[in-house]
Design a protein around this ligand. Structure first.
Ligand code: ATP
Length: 486
């Protein structure tokens, strides 16, 4: 059993690998730093998280539509967006270990440590100092904080630090077949710009009226200075972003609306609300007039999982200027042309995946009297669970497998199912618990007599007997998106 949060996190990571959720990329070649692959169950869980988001944002809002723009975009886009000049992180090197760190991360970790040690005043002071340095782009000030708080390199253990420098996070690559003619293009560091440059295409072809939103899910790439904490910070990751276009002057109302709506989306999954908090930005990005992070309490502390930003008309105006094309909307209600303001909601799919896994993972002690017993269970929301139900014949003979196969065939088109006849039934239940399967359908001798089966519920471990004719409806109701989204 995990005794502390660090152990718990380690166990989550090894569980994710052992059961086919997440593998290090290129593992047989010793891996590629901060790149991960999703395995057979991870891909399912990831798809379910995407579906939950897409349904909540696109399907449930008549004025939001979804697109899928390309990863490669015209290089000028990143000039216009400010990424070429401003998408930097402050980095610092330790001269002894030659290891590189993000200066702000070193300080954030120190704040967490102060909080853990009950040094609340020190934590608050450092938080304020850090925010002030970041706000003023004070690189020397960041270095001084690292010195003043006696932060040592975790590898060398020394305080022999270089100056703090800025480092651009965009990956570039060559475009075109002939190397000499090739022009450098970037791998997009966010999906948002693909939405902005399609603003007019969508508005016109979809006859959209403001306020309306454009959503998209897709890959983004950032050459993170230091990648840490498993899939928390990756160099290739996925974002789920929505840009909501509004009439100038109404942006704060919509900002408030989306701030609340997005937290509600998280809490609908049944997560303990005390594990979430808002964190207002002190340092606003160059494009924003308000910004808040939704933070979740991971085993390594509260960290951002989603950002809600009021981006003003910055992006559309920049693209107007750089492309020379008008990006405006004629608002018939006020008889005016204007560049819309934008509220953005931006959540990292991989971070949401990690959150879901950390929140679901439990090691339960089931000992009774002298009998010791335990199980590892993923208490995933049934709508997110990779496998919805497992069909388990009690024994491998007497026609039970055939009956179980009939049930599999009846259900497998509508639900992701597993069939398992190997090992004792208790062992099979534990295997399904470990991957978060909410329901086990057990076929026993009574099934052959009266066409009934038992459904075993993962969390309560209680069983109920139901008619096979009712199975599709019962499981369908239990895993329905309606439980999350009505
Ligand atoms: P951070 O401060 O953690 O670097 P950010 O503020 O740069 O994040 P945004 O640019 O607002 O992040 O991106 C929106 C979301 O994308 C984040 O809330 C996060 O969930 C996700 N995200 C950003 N960078 C990464 C990454 N390197 N790996 C995984 N997810 C990421």
């Amino acid at each position: 059993m995990s005794t502390n949060k660090e152990d718990l996190f380690k166990n989550v990571i090894s569980h994710a690998k052992e059961y086919g959720f997440v593998f290090p990329s290129s593992e047989i070649y010793d891996g590629l730093s901060a790149v991960y692959d999703y395995g057979q169950l991870g891909a399912e869980l990831k798809n379910n998280i995407k579906t939950y988001w897409w349904k909540a944002m696109v399907q449930m809002n008549e004025n939001i539509v979804g697109i899928d723009s390309a990863i490669f975009m015209h290089p000028k886009i990143w000039k216009a967006s400010g990424h070429v000049d401003g998408f930097n992180d402050p980095m610092i090197d330790n001269k002894d270990s030659k290891k590189r760190y993000r200066a702000d991360n070193l300080l954030e970790d120190r704040i967490t440590k102060y909080e853990r040690d009950g040094k609340t005043d020190k934590a608050k002071q450092l938080e304020a100092d850090l925010e002030s340095c970041l706000k003023n782009d004070d690189l020397a000030g960041l270095r001084q904080l690292i010195i003043d708080h006696e932060i040592v390199c975790p590898v060398s253990g020394t305080r022999n630090w270089t100056d703090v420098r800025q480092f651009n996070l965009m990956f570039s690559t060559q475009f075109g077949s002939i190397a000499e003619d090739a022009e450098a293009v970037y791998l997009r560091p966010e999906t948002a710009q693909g939405i902005f440059v399609n603003f007019l295409n969508v508005q016109k072809s979809g006859r959209m009226k403001i306020p309306f939103g454009i959503a998209q899910i897709g890959k983004a790439f950032r050459n993170e200075v230091i990648a840490r904490q498993f899939i928390m910070r990756m160099r290739e990751f996925e974002q789920m972003e929505m840009q909501f276009f509004v009439r100038p002057g109404t942006e704060m109302e919509w900002y408030q609306h989306w701030k609340e709506a997005r937290l509600k989306w998280h809490l609908a999954l049944g997560t303990d609300p005390s594990k979430y908090r808002y964190h207002d930005h002190a340092k606003l990005a160059h494009y924003a007039n308000a910004a808040v992070d939704i933070e979740f309490e991971f085993p390594f502390g509260f960290k951002e999982v989603e950002g809600i930003h009021s981006r003003t008309d910055f992006d559309l105006k920049q693209h107007q200027e750089y492309s020379g094309k008008k990006l405006q909307f004629f608002d018939p209600e006020i008889n005016q042309n204007y560049v819309p303001y934008v509220i953005e909601t931006s959540i990292g799919l991989d971070r949401m995946f990690l959150l879901t896994l950390c929140n679901a993972y439990q090691e339960e002690d089931l000992s009774e009297g002298d009998k010791t017993d335990s199980r590892t269970v993923l208490k995933l929301h049934p709508s997110l669970a990779p496998v919805k139900a497992a069909v388990l014949p009690l024994t491998k003979k007497d026609g039970l497998p055939e009956k179980a196969r009939e049930i599999m065939n009846m259900m497998k088109l509508d639900f992701n199912m597993q069939y398992d006849e190997k090992d004792a039934i208790g062992k099979r239940y534990r295997r399904q618990d470990a991957i978060g399967t909410p329901f086990c359908i057990t076929v026993d001798y009574e099934s052959l007599e009266n066409n009934t089966v038992t459904i075993r519920h993962r969390d309560s471990m209680q069983q109920e007997r139901v008619s096979v004719d009712q199975l599709e409806r019962i499981i369908g109701d239990l895993v329905s998106w309606k439980n999350l989204l009505s």
